[in-house]
Design a protein around this ligand. Structure first.
Ligand code: PRX
Length: 662
């Protein structure tokens, strides 16, 4: 098992729910630990009754005849029921007379001369319905219908959420690709999903520059024959290439569409979306999420984890890009049904200034702020003067996600952003889980910096060994979930074997998350890191093999091994060990390192850009030919004194030494 599992973080500070929080919230869904325990117990003793009750908050065209059908590892939730996720995100609010309330608040990046300083759009549920219906009708006019997969490769503009909801409305599934990925990532995903329509933007604003999204789509289209149409939203007005017949402007195809588009009545288990995520082997896998269970799970977890209450002036802001699961579940799908405005922003947290988020908190009177530890560490580095310039008194709940949070960052977040009065919810979950699986509940769970605390209702989480036996407190083991939950993935698109192998083969009958963890004496969970060849860079999952393949596709590279290294801001940085072809006679200097880094950026995207490249005559391997990653991790982290000009002899010697140790 990975080294990470043996590291034990000691943290004894306990933060009880504050009276300030209780005073600020008229309604607390789960006001104390006794209520939590009773609800959790009920969700374990009678999961079907529990989830039926949660599901009853939402609209169903037809009721289920069975809550759960479970034949491990295949779950069906709300069997026989029909619903539509877009209806529950939008129409249900309009039916309830709330059509004039704000659903989405959006801020663009470019600064303007108006008093707010930024372009701001506020879409009510009625506005959202009109825009979604128009785009849904436009998609239909292009022949898109139930069961088709529409690829969305856009910046953070409201039209991204509109496009997702339009797909959901007409029963098409979407596959959102993060705008930071390169053309080859688009090709892989389009081909895997057999998607023939891409929705994109001419460009996206980021730190004053235009990210040329349409150009990447054009490059992708040149490498696959699948794409029939590219729908392009004009955002930056930058010069773009145009293929007539194939390319269509968003505003033109929507201009003549009706504002009304009935919702398709979807089966509960119909595909809602695919979202590609990195695994330890091969190309990213298309995680499948379906309609009813995902909807109920994300809306329920959002309601409890953030204590969302409509009509109490709450404004919720999750800083994640919609290209990741956090954006799917907790910018869009889990928040809109809760009738609390969700904030979206375009750009970066440090542009035009490092106080962008704090300015937004003050301007929109944001009550809920949800971000990643990597961002918190960056805020700390940028300095307290940025948050101090702004009135952050509207905040009532803070959240983090994506990686374990170091206690120092937790305390800073608590004091400097939360004014020591806001509970912090450290939410542990994954693309595959659909929503939170372990998290404190605000106003209820005492928190300990660095621990994601206790399982969500219905989540039978445990720490076990490879035989599935539960381990005693503080012993590191595998994090598993022992029974199905509504938001769980329903498979990997087109790859049954990989689904079985990745999640269900390590401990029979249990979902293995891929993380090492322990539970302390209180039963609190402490996540210790991935146990596979996945690294978590700035809270984003990357497969080391993907980066290795990208490096090897450079003509000068023969072999590459990628490992994670501790990184002050990113949590984990990327170190690559590279052996070069004998034909490469050029220098192995910084310029060449940059060339290789640029190559990875071009192949995958900037998030996969290595932080360190070392050249070696050979890579250290075990006798069976496996790369000795642990050794490389130590070397990269500086635990062995090695120079950048490591030679074949150094490596093989070290490798042999280590091998004889094991
Ligand atoms: O290792 C865990 C880490 O992120 C992984 C999931 O990554 P992804 O599917 O990209 O989703 C990220 C956002 C939900 C997990 O296997 N992780 C996520 N949240 C936490 C975390 N590790 C520790 N604490 C967390 N709160």
């Amino acid at each position: 098992m990975s080294q990470a599992i043996t590291s034990v973080l000691h943290e004894d500070r306990v933060f009880e729910p504050s009276d300030a929080f209780r005073r600020r919230n008229r309604t607390v869904h789960c006001p104390d630990m006794a209520t939590y325990r009773a609800l959790y117990r009920r969700s374990m003793d009678d999961p079907e009754g529990f989830w039926a009750e949660m599901a009853s908050h939402y609209h169903w065209f037809r009721q289920w005849n069975k809550v759960l059908e479970w034949e491990c590892p295949d779950a069906q939730w709300f069997v026989g029921a029909r619903t539509n996720v877009a209806f529950n995100c939008i129409d249900r609010q309009i039916v309830a007379g709330l059509g004039d309330q704000v659903a989405i608040i959006w801020e663009g990046e470019p600064t303007t001369t108006d008093p707010d300083g930024h372009e701001i759009r506020r879409l009510t549920y009625s506005d959202l319905k009109r825009e979604v219906c128009r785009f849904a009708n436009a998609l239909k006019s292009l022949g898109v219908g139930r069961g088709d997969v529409v690829t969305l490769y856009m910046g953070m503009v409201p039209e991204l959420a509109i496009a997702m909801l339009a797909c959901a409305r007409i029963g098409a599934a979407h596959s959102v690709i993060f705008g930071g990925f390169a053309a080859s990532a688009i090709v892989d995903r389009v081909e895997d999903a057999k998607s023939s329509i891409i929705v994109t933007c001419d460009g996206a604003w980021r730190r004053g520059h235009v990210v040329p999204l349409k150009a990447s789509v054009d490059e992708a289209c040149a490498r696959t024959t699948l794409i029939r149409h590219v729908v392009c939203l004009k955002r930056c007005d930058n010069a773009i290439g145009w293929t007539s017949g194939r390319d269509l402007w968003w505003h033109e195809i929507c201009a003549t569409q009706s504002d009304d588009c009935p919702c398709e009545e979807m089966e509960s288990e119909d595909l809602l979306f695919l979202l590609y995520t990195s695994g330890s082997t091969g190309k990213p896998k298309g995680v499948r999420h379906t309609t009813g269970g995902y909807m109920v799970f994300t809306a329920t977890t959002a309601r409890y984890t953030y204590n969302l209450v409509p009509g109490e002036g709450q404004v919720y802001f999750c800083t994640a890009d919609i290209g990741w699961i956090t954006g799917h579940s907790y910018v869009v799908y889990g928040i809109l049904p809760n009738r609390v405005p969700t904030v979206m922003y375009e750009g970066a947290p440090n542009f035009p200034q490092e106080d962008r988020f704090w300015e937004m908190v003050e301007r929109h009177k944001i009550t809920h702020f949800y971000t990643a530890p990597t961002a918190i560490r960056a805020f700390m580095k940028w300095g307290d003067e940025h948050p101090k310039k702004h009135d952050l008194s509207s905040l009532i709940v803070l959240g983090t996600v994506g990686e374990p949070i170091n206690p120092e960052a937790w305390i800073w977040y608590h004091e400097t952003i939360g004014g020591s009065r806001c509970p912090i919810v450290d939410t542990m979950w994954q693309t595959e889980t659909g929503g939170h699986i372990i998290t404190p509940l605000p106003g209820c769970t005492p928190t300990v910096p660095g621990s994601c605390t206790l399982p969500v209702f219905g989540i039978d989480a445990a720490i076990v060994n490879e035989r599935g036996e539960e381990l005693p407190p503080n012993q590191g083991g595998l994090l598993v979930i022992r029974r199905p939950w509504p938001g769980m993935l329903r498979g990997i698109h087109g790859d049954r074997e990989r689904y079985l192998e990745t999640y269900w083969s390590k401990v029979p009958g249990m979902y293995v998350a891929g993380d090492g963890a322990r539970r302390d004496e209180r039963g609190y969970f402490w996540i210790m890191g991935r146990i596979d060849d996945v690294i978590n860079v700035s809270g984003h999952r990357l497969g080391t093999m993907e980066i290795e393949s990208a490096l090897v596709s450079h003509p000068a590279v023969v072999e590459a091994a990628v490992v994670g290294i501790p990184h002050e801001i990113k949590g984990t940085g990327i170190a690559a060990f590279v052996t070069l072809a004998p034909t490469h006679t050029g220098a192995t200097n910084d310029a060449f390192r940059r060339e290789l880094c640029d190559h990875v950026t071009k192949e995958i995207g900037a998030i996969a850009r290595p932080d360190m490249i070392r050249f070696a005559g050979a890579l250290p391997k075990t006798r069976s030919g496996k790369i000795m990653r642990r050794l490389l991790r130590d070397i990269a982290a500086g635990k062995e004194s090695m120079q950048d000009t490591t030679t074949l002899e150094d490596f093989s010697l070290l490798a042999q030494l280590r091998e004889s140790d094991e």
